[in-house]
Design a protein around this ligand. Structure first.
Ligand code: ADP
Ligand code: MG
Length: 701
């Protein structure tokens, strides 16, 4: 099996050097191994060709890939220069279709014969009331691959299609690899894991996924291949955390001292919740024990994670260490810095902020104080990870984040001192359990499952643009009662200009409508100084209304703000809406969140917005979010924390397989803790191979 990684695909029948190069650059397929792991996304039954007539009716709607069978009536070369194209008129007796080639058409013209029967595979469309198909795969009916009953549909790029590297080419290459194998592919999972979980062997699984004989076998093949990916991750994570617990020494921090006690008696304006106390106890037990802490604190928006993190840092200080808190953005870092500085002002802690935009002079001072140990807490962005940032005695690192920090980046912290600092990771929003298990599988998990007392759930409603007048009246009543209001607009990269205009228009309207109340405006395009000034106007209460883009999503804390209007709510994701809503309901007064949307929205969008109006529980929302979002979305966020890209498993949908893989990983490491059993050697090699890109990191941690 592993040997297939070393076979260059250019030697596979039907590929050759040119195609190999394209497959590498377009799909990242370099070796035979990569080829065998380029999985079909779906299958088409070879026996079901569609009639052109039926397509004609359906083509207005978005029809997926189809097979049609018929003959070319004529060929015409149309257009000039770069627009030259070959158009074949194709008929199956029920209707005709134009088949167009913009690229590689000379070759097609030579290859195809009018009057001969062909099977075309492609995506039909309708143009000027004519049925069309561009760059289909073309087969002659008798050239079917032996034994092929369904046609796998492979992910391809437009460029590959244009160069006639079709799914059929890939499929034929895969089949030729299997035909030429002298022996079955060597197993990559431990035999005990296969047996205990009744998994298909790798050879059968790969054969079945590329050429399934029946649905049952296909399902087993998919399960096996998904399981395998997730299993590598679980074994890796579990091995890290076990070896760390067994081996890695951590700073011993047994004392509770002046900083912690002073803070408790002088700075803490309220009782800690039971959940906060419990989590602080868990942290204390970790850092006093002599092993390195790696703990994730999960909790809903407003559950008081920052406070827990701060108290953990005070414990580090009490034991003679420095602490640092890292946030994913400058805004969030700045916010944390302000919060912490103001809350500890009474007790004289030295707290400083370091980001990419810290001025040289301040930066020098920070460096100096970090090195001589007089700086207690450093708050910052990734900038604190830079090599030139040197601490005197860094004992604890707090990472406040949202899936942005991978295992590898966490591991990088270890290199900052001989003994690794304790690490506390806080999620900005709750994430579902199975996702946490995967992305943070190497961490111990604490959950703050209780909100500070007196919080009333934010009353959330969905309103359409037609009802705007009523909404504005309600806002006005809140202002008259002395409260403040957020009005939030989406700002998405793709249509930044349009979005910017709508937030600016919204600001102008609000100024006019709510006068004499003052309105502040904040968005990402403002200069930092202007942004701060505008923000301050709202925080100080001078401005009653804040019109803003999502820059306020993280951080801002204005308890007097009781109402949030979210414009174009249909354009926000669930987690984002939840984060935004978390900005209100922070004081004692009843709070409101109004999701404004156009009347015409899709069923999915409506469902998403209705989840927001039906619950304020972040864990419920996170779970729903994961179920509803496509794998692509999850890829962008959660997957960045994984040691390799998932090819077939889907973190959103494969929760059960994740749990299965977790249990299997535990069972394997229980019976063979250092994976030295010769029976597992195939797996050990496969695992090392999968993690190759991150081996340096795994060794460090
Ligand atoms: P999170 O980071 O979990 O979203 P924060 O730490 O920002 O939440 O806390 C939200 C708000 O709740 C802050 O204003 C904080 O001062 C306040 N808070 C935290 N813990 C308590 C508590 N035990 N009782 C009352 N208020 C609290
Ligand atoms: Mg927070």
């Amino acid at each position: 099996m592993l040997a297939t990684r070393r076979y260059d695909i250019k030697y596979v029948k039907g590929i050759g050097p040119q195609r190999a190069q394209l497959l590498a650059s377009e799909l990242g397929i370099h070796s035979v191994y990569d080829l065998l792991h380029h999985f079909p996304t779906s299958y088409i039954d070879r026996s079901t060709t569609r009639s052109l007539r039926s397509l004609f009716d359906a083509a207005a709607v978005d029809v997926a890939m189809v097979l049609v069978r018929g003959r070319f009536v004529s060929f015409n070369v149309l257009g000039e220069g770069a627009k030259m194209r070959l158009v074949g008129l194709f008929s199956d007796g029920t209707a005709t279709m134009e088949v167009v080639w913009f690229k590689g058409w000379r070759e097609m013209r030579k290859r195809l014969r009018a009057g001969e029967e062909y099977i075309l595979f492609g995506k039909p469309g309708r143009f000027n009331n004519t049925l069309q198909m561009a760059h289909p795969e073309v087969d002659s009916p008798d050239s079917l691959i032996a034994g092929e009953t369904v046609r796998p549909v492979y992910p391809l790029t437009e460029k590959l299609r244009q160069r006639n590297i079709t799914g059929r080419v890939i499929h034929a290459a895969v089949m030729s690899v299997f035909a030429n194998l002298k022996a079955p592919l060597r197993e990559t999972l431990p035999p005990s894991t296969i047996a205990e979980n009744r998994l298909l062997d790798i050879d059968s699984a790969l054969r079945a996924i590329h050429n399934p004989t029946d649905n049952d076998t296909l399902a087993k093949a998919r399960l096996r291949l998904k399981f395998e990916e997730l299993f590598y991750i679980q074994v890796d994570m579990l091995r890290r955390s076990r070896s760390r617990k067994a081996g890695t020494q951590g700073y011993i921090m047994p004392h509770i001292g002046k900083w912690f006690n002073d803070f408790y008696s002088q700075c803490l304006p309220f009782e800690l919740t039971g959940a906060q106390k419990r989590v602080i106890k868990e942290i204390r037990a970790d850092i006093a024990g002599g092993r390195q802490m790696n703990r994730l604190v999960q909790g809903d928006v407003g559950s008081g994670k920052t406070l827990v993190a701060l108290m953990a840092m005070l414990l580090a200080l009490d034991n003679g260490y420095q602490a640092c808190l890292m946030a994913p953005t400058e805004i969030l870092a700045g916010q944390h810095y302000e919060t912490i500085r103001s809350i500890v002002a009474k007790i004289g802690l030295n707290v400083k902020l370091l980001t990419g935009s810290t001025k040289t002079k301040e930066r020098r001072l920070i460096d100096e104080q970090l090195r001589d140990g007089s700086l207690h807490i450093l708050v910052g962005t990734h900038a604190v990870l830079e090599d030139k940032v040197e601490f005197n005695r860094l004992g604890l690192v707090v990472i406040d984040e949202q899936h942005r920090f991978g295992v590898a980046q966490r591991a990088r912290l270890w290199t900052k001192s001989a003994v690794p600092p304790h690490v506390l990771v806080m999620t900005a929003t709750p994430i579902p359990r199975t996702l946490a298990m995967t992305v943070y599988g190497d961490l111990d998990i604490s959950v703050i499952d209780e909100l500070p007392p007196g919080r009333k759930p934010v009353a959330t409603v969905l309103r359409y643009d037609e009802q705007r007048a009523k909404v504005m009246e309600a806002v006005r009543r809140q202002l008259d009662a002395g409260h403040q209001v957020y009005i939030v607009y989406p700002l998405v990269k793709e249509n930044e200009k349009l979005d910017l205009r709508s937030v600016e228009e919204g600001f102008a309207k609000a100024e006019k409508y709510f006068a004499p109340y003052k309105v502040a405006l904040v968005h990402g395009q403002l200069k930092p100084a202007v942004k701060d000034e505008q923000m301050d106007r709202f925080v100080s209460g001078e401005a009653s209304v804040l019109v803003a883009t999502t820059v306020i999503e993280v951080g801002v804390n204005v308890p007097n703000a009781t109402t949030m209007i979210i414009e174009n709510a249909e354009r926000f994701g669930l987690s984002q809406l939840h984060q935004l809503r978390g900005r209100v309901g922070r004081g004692a007064d009843r709070s409101y969140c109004v999701l404004m949307s156009k009347q015409k929205i899709g069923a999915d969008t409506r469902k998403r917005l209705e989840i927001m109006t039906s619950t304020t529980d972040g864990f419920v929302i996170a779970e729903a979010d994961m179920q509803m979002r496509g794998p692509g979305d999850i890829e962008g966020t959660a997957q960045s924390g994984l040691p390799f890209d998932l090819k077939i498993a889907n973190l959103a949908q494969d929760g059960q397989i994740i749990q299965l893989a977790r249990r299997a990983a535990e069972s394997l490491l229980d019976s063979d803790p250092d994976l030295s059993n010769p029976a597992n050697s195939g797996f050990v090699m496969a695992l090392a191979d999968m993690l190759k890109r991150t081996t340096d990191w795994s060794r460090i941690s």
